[in-house]
Design a protein around this ligand. Structure first.
Ligand code: SF4
Ligand code: SF4
Length: 98
């Protein structure tokens, strides 16, 4: 079954050690952001290898950070997002508090 939905793209991700990262881009089908308060990338996964397919650019499937101005009903409404390092965290860098 193929499901087509409009999602904001992850336009860039700095986290090169993540399984889904190839050349500063995320290739998961969709990521989930946030733990309710902080905008961390919930889909981050470190392992000894990377995905082989680089054709798909990830979308933002869900975001639990209702305190972000781009969040509407626990979905992201930004045009696209960037993910990277914020201190020790791996965060959505597009997060902007209301
Ligand atoms: S956006 Fe998240 S899942 Fe995608 S490559 Fe970056 S850290 Fe990994
Ligand atoms: S921009 Fe805001 S609403 Fe969109 S994924 Fe990042 S934290 Fe969530």
């Amino acid at each position: 079954m193929k499901i087509t939905v409009e999602m904001p793209n992850v336009s860039e991700c700095q986290v090169s050690e993540c399984v889904y990262n190839l050349e500063q881009a995320c290739h998961a089908r969709a990521i989930t952001v946030g733990d309710g308060v902080k905008p961390g990338c919930d889909t981050y996964f470190k392992a000894g290898s990377h995905v082989k397919r680089a054709s798909e650019i990830a979308g933002v499937g869900a975001c639990k950070v209702n305190g972000c101005q781009y969040n509407d009903d626990f979905e992201c409404q930004a045009a696209n997002i960037q993910v990277g390092f914020a201190g020790d965290s791996i965060d959505c860098l597009t997060f902007s508090p209301r």
